[in-house]
Design a protein. Structure first.
Length: 364
């Protein structure tokens, strides 16, 4: 069964800048793995080390159980899809897709069969005679995918392949890539800075920041149980709200920026148990925008404030409010009519909260 293993991988450039620190990951057959993080976090560098386009400074890479640090890229049985398509402008779509197979001396009949099969999967059979300049961005990206598919490789590497497409086309291509992965069944390792792509496409997500792995898990695990403050703030749209707080037995006191208590949040016994030994400590409360209830009028139990900004997004809306000097975002149904400066009352649903310690590690 094909697999990819990265053991204690480090990347240090000639100028002594370290891009990747102690990267460890086991990828199983047929998995769709997404590396996600902000620009410069080391995700593309890691992908390029797997491809053989960057030298591994330290650590071990195994592909299909074979030590592969020194294996030439062409011998790694890997197909790669780049951000910029990298199509040959003077070749037709058919020639672009067939080029790599010709270099590997695949028989002509087999090349023809593979190219047409991939073109059918991607819906580009009618474009096989066209040059790239006659295609749209989405069509060019499908040709780039087709060129990878015909390889019949064990591992597919994709480096931000949708970043040059418009929003609507990105959504269409996301679903198409997922379908292609299911049909082909190879390992896919996908790099993106877009956490929506990561959440919607991945079997497992590797969240990276400043060259370090922050968390590895399924989209649901990472969304519901972020390991630290960075992951909690990076995954989720709109992002999680963070409020300064102090723990007193059985209760979180939510603080203003000058340290005064502005609201209290009772905890259940399981939550209180996780905070034993943290009495009086300054902590961070995390709550997702959908886990804050809004009562209009501002006269019900809860934190009284007003709507500063209201963003209508169709079926839902994002309401921005001040909570003791900290701006919070609340996601509610558009069926509730809220306007700027309307008085509102906010109630945090305590069963869904997250608490982070002084070192930004999740306590729950």
């Amino acid at each position: 069964m094909p697999s990819v293993q990265l053991k204690h991988i480090n990347k240090i450039y000639d100028n002594n800048v370290q891009a990747v620190f102690d990267f460890n990951l086991d990828i199983k057959d047929r998995e769709f793995i997404v590396f996600v993080g902000p620009s410069g976090c080391g995700k593309s560098t890691t992908l390029r080390m797997i491809a053989g386009l960057e030298e591994i400074t330290d650590g071990e890479l195994f592909i299909d159980g074979v030590y592969s640090n020194d294996t030439l890229p062409k011998n790694r049985d890997i197909a790669m899809v780049f951000q910029n398509y990298a199509l040959y402008p003077h070749m037709s779509v058919y020639e672009n897709m067939a080029f790599g197979l010709k270099n590997r001396h695949i028989p002509k009949d087999e090349i023809d069969a593979r190219v047409k099969e991939a073109a059918d999967i991607l819906g580009i059979r009618e474009y096989l005679d066209r040059k790239p300049k006659a295609l749209s961005g989405g069509q060019c990206q499908r040709v780039a995918l087709g060129r990878a598919i015909v390889r019949h490789a064990k591992v597919f590497l994709m480096d931000e392949p949708l970043s040059n497409l418009d929003a609507k086309l990105r959504v269409q291509m996301r679903s198409q890539i997922i379908k292609i992965h299911e049909r082909i069944g190879a390992i896919t390792i996908y790099v993106t800075h877009d956490q929506t792509e990561a959440m919607t496409m991945a079997d497992r997500i590797v969240v990276m920041n400043k060259g370090h792995i922050q968390q590895i898990g399924t989209p649901r695990e990472i969304y519901n149980h972020p390991a630290n403050l960075f992951v909690a703030g990076f995954i989720g749209t709109p992002q999680m709200n963070f409020l300064p707080c102090r723990y007193v037995p059985g209760t979180l006191e939510i603080l203003s920026k000058d340290g005064k208590t502005v609201s209290s949040l009772p905890l259940n016994p399981a939550q209180a148990m996780r905070l034993e030994g943290k009495e009086g400590a300054l902590l961070t409360l995390g709550v997702r925008p959908e886990d804050i209830e809004v009562d209009l009028g501002g006269d019900k139990a809860g934190f009284a404030t007003e709507a500063d900004v209201v963003e209508l997004l169709g079926h839902n809306q994002i309401v921005h409010c001040d909570f003791g000097g900290t701006e919070v975002q609340i996601e509610i149904s558009s069926k509730k009519e809220v306007k700027m400066h309307d008085p509102v009352s906010l109630k945090i649903l305590s069963e869904f909260i997250h608490v982070f310690d002084e070192k930004e590690k999740a306590l729950f």
